[in-house]
Write a protein that binds this ligand. Sequence first.
Ligand SMILES: [Zn+2]
Length: 147
Amino acid sequence: MSDRTDVDEEQQARRDDVDHELIEAAAEVARTRCRGDNHTMAAAARTRDGRIVTALNVYHFTGGPCAELTLIGTAATQGAYDLRTIVAVGDRDRGVVPPCGRCRQVLLDYFPTLRVIVGTPDGPRAVPVTDLLPASYVWADHQLDAE
Ligand SMILES: [Zn+2]
């Protein structure tokens, strides 16, 4: 077996690992619910028990939350406190958009085993949130008064 075949099989495995239903859920919300400049991004997450939760960003110049962050609150509102996979999709057919730095940190702190779907030249790929924030600050590790 050649190295090239190994690479192809690895890429195929990664593609199969992608939750396409989740991407479509985010894309549908982006298509149908984004409005003007206030709501330009949609996110969808798969909860640990298999449900899909969706949300929109709340743009504001003071630092309104991204769709990933409003999704965390929406999920909690529905009793879902553990997310397995998340993806964000931009309005106006921008496709999958990776999380910003702030969201990467929040997602890592809330859900250390979360997988994040990101776009790549080979199509969408699900990566561990830890891969998106190498050498990351882990808030819980620095709470000296805990215990
Ligand atoms: Zn963000």
